[in-house]
Ligand binder design. Sequence first.
Ligand code: CO8
Length: 259
Amino acid sequence: MSEPVVLWEDRDAIAVLTVNRPAALNALNADVMDALVLAFHTHAHREGLRAVVVTGAGGKAFVAGADIPGMRDFTVAQAEAFARKGQDLAAAIESCPVPVIAAVDGFALGGGCELALCCDMIVAGARAKFGQPEVNLGVIPGFGGTQRLVRRVGLAIAMDLCLTARIVDAKEAYAIGLVSRTVEGSAFDAALEMAATIAKKGPFAVRMVRRALHENADAPLATGLAAERSLFALCFATSDQKEGMAAFVEKREPQYTGR
Ligand code: CO8
């Protein structure tokens, strides 16, 4: 029997989601994208889950892009359907109830860079390489690269990356604001540590922070501030807030329930 193209592994409060096509540097084809969507829908709502780490198998790549031989003979309609699949996957990640962290060791190119950009945070290891090389192939990014990338790094740098297909290393990716953290060694280990840190925080507050940041990223300041005010107030309806503040006053570790 052939290996599953996507692996979901629960490790207590953390789940590890692995794109598992190492022979093709984890390139995204329709099967991989469907399996990723299914994994989020099937597993991401489990009680006690606090964070998801997304990684690529084989050690050489996070994801080296969409599957080039698979796209080669696409009609216009097939290309549109494939891009929609990308948007379905982005929606599945964005509606995940807990933070999703991309651990990038090796190549995150084209659709791979775009997959990482769908996650809440990107951790880049020493060997990480990012880029949008689609113009090399006569196409453009189709999985949010022209949209999420520009929001993350600004127009000047997004233009540079998308027009020249330049590949950037971890250090430069951090300098331009593409990634949240860069580490000397393995991004996977660092992402697990980051996930474990988040798992200890108030789960309701973690959910509200994500909502405040995601839902208002493009909103006018006044709208965003009004949303933040409501979400802040909502925290005071939870036992997490009572517990978090009681634990501080009583000088002990909080025991959160997520309610
Ligand atoms: N698709 C399919 N197979 C790939 C891909 C890919 N994107 N990238 C690498 N592979 C395969 C290679 O063909 C090779 O297979 P084989 O051994 O059978 O020949 C194997 O992976 C190893 O690759 P290399 O031998 O090329 O390894 P190198 O170390 O020499 O090079 C590179 C590594 C630099 C990453 C090189 O493989 C490369 O340039 N890959 C293509 C990168 C790229 O252009 N990515 C963008 C693709 S287009 C895209 O992503 C559009 C997104 C739109 C998505 C729309 C909806 C989701």
